[in-house]
Design a protein around this ligand. Structure first.
Ligand code: FUB
Length: 320
């Protein structure tokens, strides 16, 4: 399959993708031209709503835009910046988890609820208690739901240790274990954490945690978890080195062992993805900035087929 741009008329990024009612539903960030200058804090990613898309034929079928599903102005605790969201389904309801800065400019993770996968989603009055940072991704497993989250730099994860805010942001030294993504089981009502978030450890093949100085492999943001053949695949972006990498494990909490790069750098600064099985094929959804001519804040949604090797490792997708 050739790589396909899915929404050529608008700028969409950070796809989360799931199969609901036999269709593929895509929940992207909705990029826009805000005029805010680019900086390392990500202020130029000033998105203020989400659209939901669906499709039934990945290679050439029509992509339906279901319109606006949630707006910043409808969220009671909103400050600014709706970043990468995800959606989970339980007992006939759909739960959208979204990162948003509150009025103190602190990223928290909110929940909004709908009766249909395309929304509209109705936000809860407050963010999830104990939530922080960005990029929630939810895995369902035997009726339990696990949220993976976190992102450094503009995603603010370096401002926390052991779920507590620090006086000042702190990065480990280059040779020390890197900042980890977080995982927490969700409560039965899907509106909160059932437990304190804990670190998701990513080890090198010798069993040592990846170090903060290992910028080509260590976690930065954009968590995604999928399961294939009894194996858990945790994938993520390395941020400033622009790889989508993956690590495998045998349970939702890890530890995970680093395996390699799925997607080398694309045009743009951020890289972000979702992996999903549909009609017996696997697909990588992601974004790049080719259609906007390299404007890093105007990203376009793409899909390409993902191949697995016989040993279960993922064949690297060529950039472009
Ligand atoms: O879209 C804003 C941020 O850019 C996302 O939350 C990150 O994962 C990166 O893609």
């Amino acid at each position: 399959m050739k790589t396909r741009y899915l929404v050529p008329g608008d700028y969409m990024a950070d796809p989360a993708v799931h199969v609901f009612n036999g269709k593929l539903y895509i929940y992207p960030s909705h990029d826009r031209e805000s005029g805010i200058p680019e900086n390392d804090n990500g202020d130029h990613f000033d998105m203020n709503d989400y659209h939901v898309f669906s499709l039934e034929d990945v290679e050439s079928g029509e992509v339906t835009d279901h319109g606006v599903a949630l707006r910043v102005e409808d969220i009671p605790w909103a400050g600014r910046q709706l970043w990468d969201c995800d959606v989970a389904h339980k007992d006939g309801k759909y739960y959208m988890y979204f990162p948003l800065k509150d009025r103190n400019d602190i990223f928290r993770i909110g929940v909004a609820v709908a009766g249909r996968p395309e929304g509209p989603f109705v936000p809860q009055p407050d963010p999830i208690r104990g939530s922080y940072s960005i990029d929630p991704a939810v895995l369902e497993e035997n009726g339990k739901y696990y949220m993976y989250f976190g992102g450094i730099w503009g995603g603010q994860l370096q401002r926390y240790r052991s779920n507590k805010a620090l006086e000042a942001a702190a990065f480990p030294a280059g040779g020390e274990a890197s900042i980890c993504p977080k995982v927490a089981m969700l409560s039965d009502d899907m509106l909160g954490f059932a437990e304190e978030p804990c670190d998701l450890l990513i080890l090198d093949p010798d069993g040592r945690p990846l170090t903060q100085g290992d910028a080509e492999r260590r976690f930065f943001e954009a968590s995604w978890m999928h399961k294939r053949g009894g194996r858990y695949y945790y994938s993520y972006s390395t941020g400033d080195t622009h790889n989508i990498c993956y690590a495998t494990g045998d349970n939702p909490y890890g530890p995970f062992t680093y395996q390699g790069v799925i997607l080398p750098p694309v045009l743009g600064w951020t890289t972000h993805h979702a992996i999903v099985e549909y009609k017996e094929k696997w697909y990588l959804f992601h974004h790049d900035c080719v259609p906007s001519g390299g404007k890093t804040w105007l990203r376009s949604l793409k899909v390409v087929e993902l191949e697995y090797n016989n040993d279960g490792t993922i064949a690297q997708v060529p950039a472009g």
